[in-house]
Design a protein around this ligand. Structure first.
Ligand code: GLN
Length: 460
């Protein structure tokens, strides 16, 4: 009863916030297994009921692939319905779309439980598992993206005519109004912006935002992508999180920064000041778990056909399981902590991640692998002190460094064989994921690079 009362008051708060901001359409948003954000917009007059009941979605909707083909998956026929039930705490007014707001949803059965293929519920389950081990997770996605304009025969990066030097001061003048509006739109939605960079690629930008709890980080990633693309579109510019939209330019990552805390979130479990480098024993085991599962994990964190073009050696994206202290070619970087904020800032950066991923699946899977390493007491080997591309066979062995898969098809086979990941995902989500993704792999493998780039560029 008390819970219903709380839910009721949160619903009332959201309805009055929507009215106060003169919002008429509220997007009920979810992310499909291909990482694409979808939404059904509810009129404000129906909001009170719909926040409680949710809106209907056919079960087959989650078996639609990136090319918008319905893939046959058992128990996901176009018969039967689930509900998109919003989390009122995720309501934000969309600054770039007057009169609109969005709220992120769980996919629930009629009895209000996870129907077995809800990515957001999957992440919640992994968070609960971590909590059962006395661990809370803080995380954020650090996104790079390209800004482009449509030109004859395709699209071109916005910087091409000006050639601003990479990481330059002058680069901040180019489209400065767009960047400022993007940052303001993120801030208005409660996302704390930390830094902006004019990145390595032509027209490539990066905005880093403050970490939050794991569920909040995945929700924030959804809002972040929508905001960047929505604000750019208002300026007549295309923004894309596709991992490798320009085959000759550097790719775009969405590196995950992650830290582990005790149940109260008061003490870092990653940081041990008594150890040189500061990495705790629990942190070592977490890293070892991620590294052990990493080849299979790629199927979820760099999940699209285009993702595998980004994972090249010596391109700061990593193509091995290496870990190391401030090693930007390692899949897992132990980031050096900030002066006088050592414990608060001590974090791991996971680079095998891009903006085409479903953030609930990728973050949940990443944490599940780390927890497995903690439970099994795995050892990560020695930290890599150089770019793995330049290390000797002996050094690679000492660091337990193995190559990552080079294609989506190989990654999916490894995922299917990884029982830690498939058990965490559960049977329906595993079945759906493998079928949808394999259909994409088959379709894109039969086409050329231009076809692949076109479809990834516009979807993400
Ligand atoms: N500055 C950077 O860290 C570059 C990262 C690189 N663009 C990637 O694909 O991950």
């Amino acid at each position: 009863m008390a819970e219903q009362g709380t839910a009721g008051s949160r619903i009332a708060e959201v309805v009055s916030a929507a009215r106060a901001a003169d919002v008429r359409l509220i997007r009920f948003e979810y992310c499909d297994v291909s990482g694409v954000a979808h939404a059904k917009a509810v009129h404000v007059d129906q909001l009170e009921h719909k926040l409680l009941e949710g809106v209907g979605l056919t079960r087959a909707q989650m078996s639609i692939n990136l090319l918008e083909q319905v893939v046959p998956v058992a128990d996901m026929e176009p018969v039967g319905e689930i509900r998109l039930v919003p989390d009122p705490g995720t309501f934000t007014v969309l600054p770039w779309s007057p009169g609109s707001a969005s709220v992120l949803c769980d996919q629930l059965d009629h009895d209000r439980t996870d129907w077995g293929a809800c990515p957001r519920s999957f992440l919640k389950k992994v968070i609960d598992r971590a909590a059962g081990m006395g661990i809370t997770v803080q995380a954020t996605f650090e996104n790079e993206y390209y800004l482009a304009t449509e030109v004859e025969g395709g699209f071109a990066p916005v910087d091409a005519p000006t050639h601003s030097p990479v990481y330059s001061a002058i680069g901040h003048d180019h489209l400065d109004g767009l960047m400022l509006e993007t940052v303001d739109a993120l801030t208005a939605q409660g996302i704390v912006v930390e830094q902006c960079i004019n990145e390595y690629g032509p027209g490539q930008r990066e905005i880093s935002v403050r970490h939050t709890d794991a569920l909040g980080a995945a929700d924030q990633q959804m809002k972040f992508r929508d905001t960047v693309r929505g604000v750019a579109a208002k300026h007549g510019i295309l923004a894309s999180f596709a991992p490798k939209p320009f085959p000759d330019a550097i790719g775009s990552g969405a590196h995950v920064h992650l830290s582990l805390w005790d149940a109260e979130g008061a003490r870092s479990l990653l940081y041990d000041p008594a150890v040189p480098g500061g990495l705790s024993d629990l942190g070592r085991r977490f890293i070892a778990g991620v590294a052990e599962h990493l080849p299979a994990l790629t199927a979820l964190t760099v999940p699209s056909h285009n993702s595998f073009r980004r994972l090249a050696p010596s391109s700061w994206a990593s193509n091995t399981t290496a870990w190391g202290y401030d090693n930007r070619e390692a899949a897992l970087r132990v980031a050096s902590p900030f002066y006088r904020r050592e414990e608060a800032s001590y974090n791991l950066e996971y680079k095998v991640s891009d903006g085409s991923a479903n953030p609930y699946l990728s973050l949940g899977a990443l944490i599940a692998c780390g927890l497995d390493g903690i439970l099994r007491g795995l050892d990560p080997g020695e930290p890599s002190e150089h770019d793995p591309a330049t290390m000797t066979a002996e050094e690679l062995e000492r660091g337990h460094v193995r190559p990552l898969p080079t294609s989506m098809g190989d990654a999916l086979d490894l995922l299917e064989a990884d029982t830690v990941l498939t058990e965490a995902l559960g049977p329906l989500l595993t079945r759906c994921y493998l079928a949808v993704r394999r259909s994409e792999h088959e379709a894109f493998s039969a086409q050329d690079t231009a076809f692949e780039v076109f479809h990834h560029f516009y979807r993400f």
